[in-house]
Design a protein around this ligand. Structure first.
Ligand SMILES: [Zn+2]
Length: 395
């Protein structure tokens, strides 16, 4: 219970406008006088980001008695926060981070939450819905043993990609009061193209007037806790409305131990930029090529926008399938050539599984005619197909 009280305190973060710099400047001086010359390089409140480059060697030797030089997060949780940030592109939002610390004190984010329904979103501050936080924290801790390890909030488009003076002082007071040894504060930003960034700042009880801008070590999988918690606590959780993550430049630690600013190579946040989706596309092609026990030729094509189209040659014509920018949140555009009968009022019910959703959709569109009476239906349909096809072709 003690921990969650401090969680509530930490949840009252924000207020970019408040300036605590004079206080910290004084404290910093004292700290410098006391510190060892050989101590690990650390950020302070005035440290420009460029200097972080020289900390990269520290990442392989994390010192538990200092702010962690790396922050570890599962891809699913980074994505979740990105979606939360995009829900509030012009105002602050935030949430809490749950997981554990490694033996070196590096935070591992296993589960992130966003704002509760009664959170207070303002242009320059965010207050979490404390009842929501309390409820979720209790369940995460009781059921799965997850610890409260940090917070995140978004400075949206304010142009401040690090903690404000008020943010830093809130964290320092929080860790003092509750005796947290380590704490992770993440600051999000976004632009009006729906690209988000998330910067990690690590704090340590022994070093209260410095924090470290830590690169992310991304675990490129879904957190094992994400599907379990989402299922078990589905009646308690609030989730972001924005359907997918999209990134600007983030500070990333590579597998070889180099940290650098990484910007995804967008065309833009197209689904196939996620490498794991290439296998799904291959499975879709295989499915189309052997649909309903027949053999079809499937030709993939890439247009100028780098969007993938599939041309399926069938015995009675061709089907053009386009995976647009918003796929898989939106249905692929499927255009059968004149003469191919199909069902028109088919719903795209995306359930998170691209392949499964696709085959249901495609099968729903063509199954009846293919299996029952292909020729008859084809002739019937040919009469009035042209007008209705024109409607479907409209983007
Ligand atoms: Zn802030």
């Amino acid at each position: 219970m003690n921990k969650i009280l401090s969680a509530v305190v930490f949840a009252l973060l924000g207020a970019v406008a408040v300036n605590f710099l004079p206080k910290f400047r004084k404290q910093k001086k004292q700290d410098n006088n006391n510190s060892n010359k050989d101590s690990m390089s650390r950020n302070d409140f005035y440290q420009p980001y460029e200097r972080s480059e020289r900390h990269t060697s520290g990442s392989s030797r994390v010192d538990e008695s200092r702010p962690s030089t790396v922050a570890i997060i599962y891809r699913s949780e980074m994505d979740y926060i990105s979606r939360c940030i995009h829900d509030y592109p012009n105002i602050e939002t935030g949430g809490q981070l749950f997981g554990y610390l490694t033996e070196n004190g590096s935070p591992v984010v296993c589960y992130a939450i966003g704002p509760g329904k009664n959170a207070n979103h303002q242009p320059a501050f965010f207050n979490q819905d404390t009842e929501y936080l309390q409820t979720i924290y209790n369940e995460l801790n009781r059921r799965y043993g997850l610890r409260y390890i940090g917070e995140w909030h978004s400075h949206h488009q304010l142009g401040l990609a690090k903690p404000s003076g008020h943010d830093a002082s809130t964290i320092v007071h929080g860790i003092q009061r509750s005796n947290f040894r380590h704490f992770l504060l993440c600051i999000g930003n976004c632009d009006n193209n729906y690209h988000s960034t998330l910067n990690a700042f690590t704090f340590h009880i022994n070093d209260q007037y410095h924090y470290f801008h830590a690169p992310w070590k991304l675990i490129e999988t879904e957190s094992p806790y994400r599907p379990i918690v989402d299922r078990d606590l589905q009646h308690l959780l609030s989730h972001p409305r924005y359907p997918r993550a999209s990134y600007g430049t983030n500070y990333i630690l590579s597998e070889s131990g180099q940290s650098s600013m990484v910007t995804p190579n967008y065309g833009d946040n197209y689904w196939l930029n996620d490498k794991s989706n290439n296998l799904i596309l291959k499975n879709i092609i295989d499915y189309l090529a052997t649909y309903n026990g027949e053999e079809y030729q499937v030709k993939p094509q890439i247009d100028a926008d780098k969007h993938v189209h599939l041309l399926v040659q069938r015995f009675n014509g061709a089907v053009q399938i386009t995976f647009g920018e918003r796929f898989p949140e939106e249905a692929p555009m499927i255009i059968p050539s004149v003469g191919i009968p199909y069902k028109r009022d088919v719903n795209w019910n995306y359930n998170g599984n691209i392949f499964e959703t696709f085959i249901h959709y495609y099968d729903d569109m063509f199954r009846t005619y293919e299996t029952n009476h292909p020729n008859e239906a084809g002739n019937q349909d040919e009469q009035n197909n042209q007008d209705e096809q024109t409607i479907i072709i409209q983007p």
